[in-house]
Design a binder for this molecule. Structure first.
Ligand code: ARG
Length: 585
């Protein structure tokens, strides 16, 4: 089903053609939701620029448009305001029919896209032998929400975990463990990730201070790259240990990913260099192989090279990313490639994309985008840290959210003199706590930094997960109280939109389609949050102003339909954000 904006657009395009001729069919209609409900629901502001072009007064142009506009089934008679704005007010009968149509559809009237694409989304991507930190939380949550939205639109999404599982740091770590804790390299589960991180730190210190150790570490890298069996086995064990702990977090957050770490591309790296060489793009500088592309300079304004092979023959993060681009285009056949990382990597990606483009590896019909996000900050406005100044472990942060939710819940139950089972309390705390963390992150424009505050994200009021979940629970409360079977409401019943609150809610329900389309384009999941927040507010107003169970028929069934449609919209929207609804809370 086409969104209201699309339906209006079609009508206007026809009017433009019949009023001004074929060549005006794709004039920019400047059709937008009205800024102020006083002026109606939509506005067409094209008469002003058209007036200039045609040398006629805009108000006269606006009348000509209206005379040619066949729109009586959708809107009241259009009005011309000010210099030549055309104001449109949707007819309740039209809205009623539209609402009935989306209510009867499991996808709420949102059709899959006409041309589904294969999309590769590179997200989460933590590093082996390092803990996942809040930056990876953002990448994971934002990447998952984008993946869910595109999947819902009907795209074929590959969710890639580009884990940092390769590189010189492994030589260092293995060399160090051989000395101090050799059994970790031969036995599974000998270390947990915390130990591994500590060893990693010690190894790094040793590496920086001791030249002999540095050489031993380098030897290990060579052995690893050459596939020496014991070094490989050691490396694999280290990866498995980290992987196990990443999986705990993915399970907790309900995240599905396919691991294809940096090591996957190792066999493809020499061909990247060879091909760049054939293209004549490689420049040697101090023994390293580099590429220069226009527009990239360092702080001093000098041309900034992308180093693809170090003087010792080792490859870089960027080399792997070049190989990954080729693989995703050639083997995965991806038509859109999306990278979700912090904005600190914006230059890296811009430069890698520019090199790949210069090399001719990105065909015209492939879109490649970096989806950057800002920092998670503490209450002090600086990067979130623990008291001791370390990066916050993701696991601790999520556990804390669940514990705090539980405290709030227990207090509320006490105040309301409600008795609930331990099972209920545990499951509600978990769902609400995790949802709150996800929602707080997703509700911000991802490009900005945000302040991490348990108090704010757990508040029952405001643009928070609990507020949204509560609106859903409200509808389920009505269902239980009235013993309503929403799936089997009177099939002949119609939605009736009488009061303002009903009309406002209905108009909002009909905008979800547009929001999903927008997110599919600009990959900003906060649009969904904002939409759901406004939906919850409008629903609560409706609920306060319009009796539901106590209303007379046919209003009663009509209002039940609005309640159910709101709940289903909330459920779908939250699902696209990776958030589960609750029946009670
Ligand atoms: N492992 C990197 C990090 O922790 C993120 C990888 C992002 N993906 C990529 N293809 N470079 O910062």
């Amino acid at each position: 089903m086409n969104s209201i904006a699309q339906q209006l657009k079609t009508r206007f395009e026809k009017a433009f053609t019949s009023a001004f001729g074929e060549s005006y069919a794709d004039t920019d209609l400047m059709l937008a939701p009205a800024g102020n409900p006083k002026f109606g629901d939509f506005q067409c502001n094209a008469a002003m620029s058209l007036g200039k072009k045609l040398g006629k007064p805009p108000r006269a142009i606006a009348s000509t448009i209206i005379e040619n506009l066949d729109i009586a089934d959708i809107c009241e008679t259009p009005e011309i305001a000010g210099p030549g704005f055309i104001n449109l007010k949707l007819k309740p009968a039209y809205l009623e029919a539209q609402i009935s149509e989306i209510a009867a559809d499991t996808r709420l009237g949102i059709e899959p896209v006409k041309t589904p694409q294969r999309v590769a989304i590179d997200f989460s991507s933590p590093n082996i032998a390092k803990e996942m930190h809040v930056g990876h939380l953002r990448s994971t949550i934002i990447g998952d929400a984008i993946a869910r939205t595109l999947e819902f639109q009907g795209h074929d999404v590959i969710r890639i975990n580009h884990i940092g599982d390769w590189g010189t740091q492994f030589g260092m770590l293995i060399a160090y463990l051989r000395e101090v804790h050799p059994q970790a390299l031969t036995t599974a589960d000998a270390l947990d990730l915390g130990d591994l991180v500590a060893f990693y730190r010690q190894a790094k210190q040793r590496f920086d201070a001791d030249a002999t150790f540095k050489e031993t570490a380098r030897q290990e890298v060579v052995k690893l790259q050459a596939g020496a069996e014991d070094t490989r086995r050691a490396w694999k064990l280290l990866c498995d240990q980290s992987r196990r702990e990443f999986q705990v977090i993915y399970d907790l957050l309900d995240i599905k990913l396919t691991e294809r770490g940096e090591s996957f591309y190792n066999p493809l790296l020499s061909a990247v260099i060879a091909d760049l060489n054939k293209l004549g793009l490689l420049v040697e500088s101090d023994g390293a192989k580099c590429i220069f592309v226009d527009g990239f300079t360092n702080k001093e304004g000098e041309p900034l090279p992308l180093i693809v092979q170090k003087s010792d023959g080792g490859y870089n993060y960027a080399t792997t990313d070049l190989a990954a681009i080729r693989y995703r285009i050639q083997n995965d056949k991806a038509k859109r490639i999306v990278y979700v990382t912090d904005s600190g990597q914006a230059n890296h990606f811009a430069q890698v994309f520019a090199v790949a483009r210069k090399a001719g590896w990105i065909p015209e019909d492939v879109e490649i985008v970096h989806v950057p996000f800002g920092l998670v900050c503490g209450e002090d406005g600086k990067r979130l840290k623990t008291r001791s100044g370390d990066a916050v472990r993701l696991q601790d942060l999520l556990d804390e959210a669940i514990v705090r939710t539980r405290q709030d819940l227990e207090n509320r139950l006490k105040a309301e003199e409600r008795h609930e089972t331990e099972e209920f309390i545990a499951s509600v705390s978990r769902t609400v706590g995790l949802s709150a963390v996800k929602y707080a992150d997703l509700s911000q424009n991802r490009a900005s930094n945000y302040v991490f505050s348990y108090d704010k994200m757990l508040a029952l009021q405001g643009n928070t997960a609990p507020y949204m979940l509560y609106a859903y629970v409200r509808v389920q409360g009505i269902r239980r109280k009235g013993e309503i079977d929403f799936d089997n409401l009177d099939a002949s019943a119609k939605v009736i939109l009488q009061s303002d609150a009903e009309l406002v809610l209905a108009k909002h329900l009909l905008q979800f389609n547009e929001v999903i389309n927008a997110v599919g384009g600009d990959l900003l999941p906060n649009r969904i949050c904002q939409y759901l927040f406004e939906l919850s507010q409008k629903f609560n107003q409706f609920f306060e102003q319009c009796p539901v169970l106590k209303a007379e028929e046919p209003l009663r069934t009509s209002r039940l339909m609005l309640c159910d449609l709101t709940a289903r919209t909330l459920k779908l929207g939250l699902d696209l954000l990776g958030i589960q609804v609750l029946e009670r809370m």
